[in-house]
Ligand binder design. Structure first.
Ligand code: SF4
Length: 300
């Protein structure tokens, strides 16, 4: 039986004002967009399937002129939560934060790629991005918006996980979601050399969790690190995308449940059949297995 939705995610467009290494959605100009009608239909369909929380992603959603109207319409229709998933460059303008808040945005997920300007600006390929992010977080905090961090992991920033968590916790971010770079076989060399195996994340994730022993169980989660590579004490970090009950809707009416995306897993090893967590694990990403093999995955 298909579970009811909690979240609807919409991608108003793929346009972005950063050029992050490995990101396929950073396109010049508008690129493919969801029309106002497509967005309205998606909101209605999300409600029909049970969603009461809207996640506005991209691309960079703050570049879309219709953003505030979309947020207002969603709140009017009955969405109780509206989350902006953003690189936060535009939110460095205090007025933009105020307008988002007044329109009905309730929370902001900021994209974090480094603990310092050196790493963050290099991976976003945008000089000054770190400084703008820090400024934006101050405005969001003062506006009373809940803050989460979406940390995209690259080989280059793995060792900075504890420092990223410490630094951005100090700037008001209260939850961290670790996402691993996805690169298929055709990825260019600059992307390929930033890939890593799921187990490479573990020592840095453990160090970050141990630095916050009293944090809530979901303070730090990792989408692409299965429980079988984590020490027992740190398995609460594993995250099954199915738990979000999230429907993604992209330009052109392409819609799918998050857990069905090959970027979120879907491949199991022979040993997975006897794993106690098989029913609650979304498996591994084919691209990661191709690259690094199955060593280190031990059924629980
Ligand atoms: S089902 Fe497979 S990938 Fe998932 S935790 Fe168990 S052994 Fe690991």
């Amino acid at each position: 039986m298909t579970r009811r939705l909690q979240w609807l995610e919409v991608t108003p467009s793929y346009a972005c004002n950063q050029r992050c290494v490995g990101c396929f959605s950073a396109v010049e100009g508008e690129g493919p967009v969801m029309s106002s009608r497509e967005l309205g239909d998606a909101l209605a369909e999300g409600l029909r399937q049970g969603a009461r929380s809207l996640w506005v992603g991209g691309g960079e959603p703050t570049l879309r002129r219709e953003l505030l109207g979309l947020v207002r319409e969603a709140r009017r229709m009955g969405y109780a939560r509206v989350k902006l998933q953003t690189n936060a460059m535009m939110l460095a303008y205090e007025d933009a934060v105020r307008r988002c808040r007044e329109a009905g945005v309730t929370e902001v997920n900021v994209a974090i790629k480094g603990a310092t300007a050196e790493t963050h600006d290099a991976l976003t390929q945008t000089p000054g991005a770190f400084e703008l992010l820090v400024r934006a977080l101050g405005h969001c905090q003062r506006a009373g918006l809940a803050l989460e961090g979406d940390v995209l992991l690259y080989r280059r920033n793995l060792a900075e996980i504890p420092a990223m968590v410490r630094t951005f916790h100090g700037l008001g971010v209260r939850r961290f979601n670790l996402w691993s770079l996805h690169a298929d076989r055709a990825a260019p060399m600059e992307v390929e050399r930033e890939t890593f195996a799921p187990r490479d994340v573990v020592p840095h994730l453990v160090a970050a969790m141990d630095a916050f022993p009293d944090a809530a169980p979901d303070f730090l989660t990792a989408l692409h690190v299965p429980a079988c590579v984590l020490p027992a004490k740190h398995r609460r970090a594993r995250f099954n995308p199915r738990d979000l009950d999230l429907l993604v809707t992209n330009p052109g009416g392409h819609a799918f449940r998050l857990e069905a995306s090959p970027m979120e897993g879907g491949v199991y090893l022979d040993g997975c059949a006897r794993c106690a967590l098989r029913g609650d694990c979304n498996g591994l990403r084919a691209a990661d297995l191709d690259r690094t093999g199955s060593e280190g995955f031990e059924p629980l």
